[in-house]
Ligand binder design. Structure first.
Ligand code: SAM
Length: 278
């Protein structure tokens, strides 16, 4: 059966290249090209943009990104078995797909990309959060990317967009929302993937802010939020007491009751407290 881009259907690609999914590589493939095109569209207009894709696998999302008009896709794949399938896509879109074989955690990916850059990926679950944290904490801000459109387990997606007092609120929400606008733009049931994972998934779209939402030194903010959320059931005057002998005064000056717990405190208040250490 023909597909919109003239390449074989993904089930045939997987059979032809013997791409049986490997659990240790976090492989849950998307085989519906209408769905991968829809995920590509969650990243907004791709024309005139370079796209970084981590973990293209058999290339369903890669084909969506190219069909939706990405200027150039740089795709990083750890599994050598997927390379022949990706080479076929590169041949169908001359000059528009570069495939890098390696571990996304080891490569300097920004070096291969021309701005504006959008990152779009159905991430391997085992490295997704680590990559997100790296993309949110580069040496200089603004980062090399203008937006991130990323598939996560639904529970992780909820941690990224969580607000104070919500069950999922914590360090990931604070970091993401400090430097980006973050929202869940699509939810997917397990059956959307082959093999089906145990949990639901969701696509999160993050747009980089030109500067952090509130001034604060990253290192200080990260230290405070780590201490506060590592003992999230404790009052802040107790969980943060190792920071400074006058922590109660600093909390009060930041408008934070010393008896409050981490999960009640807004990003703005954490930034105000962090600035008292500048
Ligand atoms: N994008 C494909 C799709 O949507 O069908 C595959 C998604 S699958 C969830 C994750 C992919 O990431 C797999 O192809 C896997 O081999 C690859 N992968 C796993 N760890 C990786 C890493 N550290 N660096 C690059 N790719 C990785």
């Amino acid at each position: 059966m023909a597909t919109i881009d003239g390449l074989p259907p993904l089930r045939e690609v997987i059979a032809a290249h013997d791409l049986v999914a490997k659990k240790q590589l976090g492989q849950n493939f998307l085989l519906d090209l209408n769905l991968t095109a829809k995920i590509a569209r969650c990243a907004g207009d791709l024309t005139g943009c370079d796209v970084l894709e981590v973990g293209p696998g058999p290339g369903g999302l890669t084909r969506g990104l190219l069909a939706e008009g990405a200027r150039h896709v740089v795709a990083v794949e750890k599994d050598a078995r997927a390379l022949p399938a990706l080479a076929e896509i590169a041949a169908a879109y001359p000059g528009r797909l570069t495939v890098l074989h390696g571990d996304a955690l080891d490569l300097d990916l920004s070096a291969h990309l021309r701005p504006p850059v959008k990152v779009v990926a159905n991430l391997p679950y085992n490295v997704g959060t680590e990559l997100l944290v790296r993309w949110l904490t580069p040496a200089v801000w603004p980062p090399f990317w203008s937006s991130l459109t990323l598939m996560f387990q639904k529970e992780v997606a909820e941690r990224i967009v969580a607000r104070p007092r919500g069950d999922h609120y914590g360090r990931l929400a604070l970091l993401a929302q400090w430097r980006a606008e973050a929202k869940i733009v699509m939810s997917l049931p397990p059956e959307a993937f082959v093999p089906a994972p145990k949990v639901h998934s969701a696509v999160v779209h993050l747009t980089a802010l030109p500067a952090p939402r509130y001034p604060a030194t990253e290192k200080v903010l990260m230290r405070i939020t780590a201490m506060a959320f590592n003992q999230r059931r404790k009052m802040l005057r107790s969980s943060l007491k190792g920071l400074s002998p006058d922590i109660e005064d600093r909390l009060l000056a930041a408008g934070i009751p010393p008896t409050a717990r981490a999960e009640e405190i807004s990003l703005e208040a954490f930034c105000t407290l962090a600035r008292s250490f500048d």
